[in-house]
Design a binder for this molecule. Structure first.
Ligand code: AMP
Length: 114
């Protein structure tokens, strides 16, 4: 069982900001911006590169959840804004093998990223 499956099962505590039947959103334990959330599917897909066509609507759902949570946090405007990131594999910086979308906000973010 991965760390994030344990968070879904409430075996490990997390600061949860949204939950529905398909997804969970919680605050990153090591935030890289004043707002740093992780948006995860409850289905244990290891990484985006291993998602299949059967996951199409689930992946779309995760992006729509990102927008809804951004609305709730008051950052869903062009003058504020946010960034979504998916790390995949070693060079991508993936540490937890359960698909997650990082949502970073509330500070200017450089481009290109490091
Ligand atoms: P990644 O490097 O894309 O796999 O991201 C994994 C993220 O999970 C990192 O940003 C970690 O800070 C975060 N993380 C690790 N353990 C926890 C935890 N117990 N609760 C919340 N976030 C965590």
């Amino acid at each position: 069982m991965t760390l994030f499956e344990k968070i879904i099962a409430r075996e490990i505590p997390a600061d949860i900001v949204h939950e529905d039947e398909l997804s969970l959103v919680f605050r990153d334990i090591n935030p890289q911006a004043p707002i740093h959330l992780l948006i995860i599917p409850k289905k244990p897909i290891p990484r985006i590169g291993e998602a299949g066509s059967e996951d199409q609507s689930l992946l779309g759902h995760l992006l729509l959840v990102a927008g809804k949570v951004a609305d709730q946090l008051g950052i869903n405007s062009t003058d504020k804004g946010f960034r979504l990131i998916i790390n995949n594999g070693a060079n991508g910086g993936e540490a937890v093998p359960h698909l997650h979308i990082h949502l970073l906000a509330d500070r200017p973010l450089n481009w290109p990223p490091g």
